[in-house]
Design a protein around this ligand. Structure first.
Ligand SMILES: Nc1nc2c(c(=O)[nH]1)N[C@H]1C(S)=C(S)[C@@H](COP(=O)(O)OP(=O)(O)OC[C@H]3O[C@@H](n4cnc5c(N)ncnc54)[C@H](O)[C@@H]3O)O[C@H]1N2
Ligand code: MOO
Ligand SMILES: [Mg+2]
Length: 430
């Protein structure tokens, strides 16, 4: 008699996984190599930015009060008391009717409270002394970049777990992080199972297929922020698969297998978990594809038994393994980001399970549209290439029509979501 499995909702399954997901470790790496990593500590401004009042223009630093009477008919003349470029500091006090020639980025000299652009002054020399003529009055603070106007000392600029994008990199440099505390990438083992699997370099043979899932998963691991450890492919043989899984567990932070989780004669993963003594968290998810996705834990280490069907495998990774990886990276928005989009195609056939259609997003006059990215079966591989979202169609007794508002989960986004699984549009918003 074939085992009967109890389907569990996606949210509940994700919750079970996250209960065993834990924060990882930190390491320090050079700033140049920190791009794409995740911060292991909050990034706090330890000084104001800018850290001094400075000029945003090439011009003259002046005292605004000296220009009070200036008009085009009655310009005021100021004596040029010095010249400074960025990085230079004018030492001394600027006195009444004096100006300092100043370049963009240079510190405002003592006594000055405004800057006038080079283009707006007339320069002249009298008895070897340079002067400028100003034809308008300026107010105190005109054309000054003030200390702290960008960020103030003590501000939390990015929280632990933040993805390091080019902007974060600029902040890290601004605050002196030549070395950056980042989350250590969790090491995620990958094992493909299936006697039908050929190496990628092999010629096709009758009944055989190339092992695409393993490489797809390696790529998903990298996108999620983890480090893969590819442990190869195995024939459907209980003993060799058991040994491979057992040995892998000591080498990795979590293990992903693909294939062999269903109820077939050569689907050995359930028996392997059993023999290992791993606790199965769930082995049937109320979703399509990927209903057979099985997750177990062994001494707190997660084992993801993803389906062999490529689309099911892909979905299983993004829903369950990705958050586990992101949590290791200290990220507090570990799940796929959820958005609302307009459905681009009819799905009239109802399904009792929630469907995650691989979709492509586009914009139509400011509206986000989500259309299926191609052939939509669990075994499909082609539609994954253009998928940048899952279109979530909750299970039920009715189908969905083009133009309805639906939830989508974004695959290429780095912001993520705290918890996208509550109030997934239960049915039918037009
Ligand atoms: N009697 C039942 N049969 C099946 C059920 C069921 O509930 N009762 N579930 C079906 C569903 S749903 C899925 S999904 C698949 C899951 O199968 P497995 O996870 O056990 O995976 P395999 O049987 O090993 O392979 C399935 C399919 O995927 C191909 N495959 C496997 N590995 C790879 C790889 N590395 N790269 C590319 N493609 C791969 C494999 O050749 C098969 O075609 O079970 C259904 N059956
Ligand atoms: O696990 Mo299957 O993917 O529902 O076709
Ligand atoms: Mg199978």
């Amino acid at each position: 008699m074939v085992e009967r499995r109890t389907p569990i909702s996606i949210g509940e399954c994700v919750r079970k996984v996250t209960q065993y997901a834990k924060n990882g470790k930190k390491e320090t790496i050079s700033l140049e190599s920190a791009s794409g990593r995740f911060l292991a500590e909050d990034l706090i401004a330890d000084h104001n930015v800018p850290s001094f009042d400075r000029s945003p223009y090439d011009g003259f630093a002046i005292r605004s009060e000296d220009t009070r009477t200036a008009t085009s008919h009655h310009p005021v003349s100021l004596k040029v008391a010095g010249e400074i470029g960025a990085g230079m500091v004018f030492d001394g006090q600027v006195g009444a009717f004096e100006a300092v020639r100043i370049m963009t980025g240079a510190q405002i000299p003592e006594g000055c409270n405004a800057v006038i652009m080079l283009e707006l002054v007339n320069e002249f020399t009298e008895a070897n002394q340079k002067f400028i003529e100003i034809k308008r009055s300026l107010n105190e603070g005109d054309n000054i970049s003030f200390e702290g106007e960008d960020t103030t000392k003590g501000a939390v600029l990015a929280k632990r777990g933040t993805y390091i994008n080019p902007g974060i990199t600029a902040l890290l440099a601004t605050f002196g992080y030549s070395n950056v505390p980042v989350a250590k990438k969790p090491i995620v083992g990958v094992l493909a199972t299936g006697s039908e699997l050929l190496e990628v370099s092999e010629q096709l043979k009758p009944g055989k297929i190339r092992n695409s899932n393993a490489y797809m998963i390696l790529s998903q691991i990298e996108r999620a922020g983890g480090e893969f450890k590819y442990l190869g492919k195995l024939d459907d043989d209980f003993d060799s698969c058991f040994m491979a899984v057992k040995n892998a567990l000591s080498e990795v932070d979590m293990l992903i297998t693909t294939g062999g989780v269903s109820v077939g004669d050569y689907d050995y993963l359930p028996a392997i978990y059993d023999k290992l003594g791993a606790a199965v968290l769930f082995n049937k998810v109320a979703m399509r594809p990927g209903s057979v996705t099985t997750v177990a834990q062994m001494n707190g280490k997660l084992l993801f038994g993803l389906s062999g069907n490529p689309s099911a495998c892909y979905v299983g990774f993004e829903l369950f393994a990705r958050p586990a990886i992101r949590i290791q990276l200290f990220n507090d928005r570990p799940h796929l980001k959820r958005e609302t989009a307009w459905l681009g195609e009819d799905f009239t056939k109802p399904n009792p399970f929630t469907r995650l259609i691989r979709g492509s997003l586009s914009y139509d006059e400011g509206r986000l549209l989500a259309s299926p990215s191609g052939f939509n079966k669990s075994g499909a591989v082609s539609s994954l290439a253009t998928a940048d979202a899952f279109i979530v169609l909750p299970g039920g007794t009715r189908g969905y029509q083009k133009g309805m508002a639906v939830d989508v989960l974004l695959l290429e986004d780095v912001q993520g979501s705290e918890w996208p699984w509550d109030n997934i549009v239960p049915s039918y918003r037009m």
